[in-house]
Design a protein around this ligand. Structure first.
Ligand code: ZN
Length: 215
């Protein structure tokens, strides 16, 4: 394993996860350093941020309203047992959350909005974003970073589910009709969804917050 990561845990801190409620988890974000916490006390901007000490500015909700709405729809489809839609929408949500984290990492390292937009517009493929853009930004593979944060099987499971999704939606006359997705893929997608919030908050606190102020 490469130890060339340019991110050092200079100020070790423990990420507080939001409680599980059966809905999208609710986190708050420091507007100054980007630190994200599920600790309800952190909602109060008068409490100093444990990372940068900021008490100014409003703590923003994370994930965003757009993601929360999509999450709510996914859970509704899941309750109805529509596992094919669940898989497709969970994959869409994970890609949106990944785009957000990549954007945050670039921003924390001083990339302008114009540059970030150009990178995102030209690197649209999810495989490239994970396999090339992520390691270029943080100095280690996505798989490696996920494993270090305690989610070693997440990248593989995500990849498998993308394949299932692709086989389902890219049905073509050359391949003949695809089999329908198995219902357990819906459960798999829901598990990944719940894990993804935790993993992306950890990635944020490692690569966005710790990159803060390092120029
Ligand atoms: Zn902060």
């Amino acid at each position: 394993m490469s130890k060339k990561s340019r991110f050092k845990q200079t100020r070790p801190h423990r990420t507080v996860f939001a409680p599980e409620t059966g809905e999208a988890p609710l986190y708050w974000e420091c507007p100054v350093c980007g630190y994200i916490s599920g600790d309800p006390q952190f909602m109060d901007g008068n409490q100093p941020c444990p990372i940068c000490g900021a008490t100014d500015g409003e703590r923003r909700e994370y994930p965003t309203e757009r993601i929360r709405k999509l999450d709510a729809r996914i859970r509704e489809y899941n309750r109805q047992g529509d596992h094919e839609i669940v898989v497709i929408l969970v994959m869409a949500l994970l890609e949106a959350v990944l785009e957000d984290i990549l954007d945050r990492i670039m921003s924390a390292h001083g990339a302008t909005l114009q540059l970030r937009k150009m990178v995102m517009d030209t690197q649209r493929a999810i495989g490239t974003r994970i396999g090339k853009l992520f390691p270029a930004l943080v100095g280690e593979e996505f798989e490696e970073a996920a494993a270090e944060l305690g989610y070693s099987d997440f990248p593989y499971r995500w990849h498998q589910l993308r394949e299932v999704r692709n086989a389902f939606i890219h049905d073509s006359p050359f391949n003949g009709a695809r089999e329908t997705m198995q219902p357990r893929m819906g459960d798999e997608a829901m598990e990944l969804l719940d894990q993804s919030y935790k993993l992306f908050v950890l990635l944020n606190n490692r690569f966005v917050t710790d990159g803060f102020g390092e120029g």
